[in-house]
Design a protein around this ligand. Structure first.
Ligand code: HEC
Length: 187
């Protein structure tokens, strides 16, 4: 017959083991966080948009999709934003305007949002990775005349992201189907 003391020890040890397990699981959940963002990223690519993953870093593409598709780039860089009868603000099931996805053309007074899809050389918005990061960090595209700063574009917000996050956004944009500048710009 196990003594009262042994039983108490057993219960104590079991509790310690359970807590250790719980702790280990919560640590693992933290490690999985970036993995789950990549997974979520692939889930929220707008239907109809076919990514080209050849020669791309798959994890960065997934993370980039997570950031782009949950941070409003589409609001300003796709025009119009939704397909007809697919506007969630009107209570309709959402369908993003995939044939024009991120090809720019939304006008804000004198400013028109840029085409973010890859150019003929595969560069999103025609920018190298380095120029892309500089543009999002400083609002100044190094290819523009000195002193010119992007307007409307919330670069002061996006520029606070890590290099890794901005690289991921770039990698996702690189995987998009290339489109000509939106032929029907409008407000
Ligand atoms: C509130 C509207 C808005 C949002 C949201 C927005 N943009 Fe923009 N973006 C613009 C406009 C407008 C321009 C052009 C600004 C100008 O010409 O001064 C622009 C320009 C850019 C440029 C510069 C292109 C060039 O050739 O210089 C890049 C890159 C860019 N946006 C990326 C993004 C990304 C990535 C996101 C999401 C993370 C995003 N934008 C979200 C409005 C927006």
């Amino acid at each position: 017959m196990p003594s009262y003391r042994t039983k108490r020890l057993t219960v104590g040890l079991a509790a310690v083991a359970a807590l250790t397990l719980l702790f280990a699981q919560s640590v693992r959940a933290d490690d999985d966080e970036s993995e789950s963002q990549v997974r979520r990223g692939f889930q929220i690519v707008p239907p109809g948009v076919h990514l080209n993953l050849a020669g791309k870093n798959r994890n960065l593409v997934g993370l980039g999709s997570y950031i782009v598709n949950s941070s409003g780039c589409n609001d300003c860089h796709t025009h119009p934003e939704f397909l007809p009868n697919s506007n969630p603000f009107l209570g309709q099931p959402e369908m993003i305007n995939f044939p024009q996805y991120l090809s720019g053309g939304r006008q804000f007074g004198p400013f028109t949002s840029a085409n973010l899809t890859p150019d003929a050389f595969g560069k999103p918005a025609g920018l190298t990775l380095r120029d892309f990061i500089t543009t999002l960090r400083t609002g100044h595209n190094p290819n523009d005349p000195p002193g010119q700063i992007l307007q409307v574009m919330p670069w002061p917000v996006y520029g606070k992201k890590t290099d890794h996050d901005l690289r991921a956004v770039y990698e996702y944009l690189r995987a998009l189907p290339p489109l000509p500048d939106n032929p029907h710009p409008g407000p």
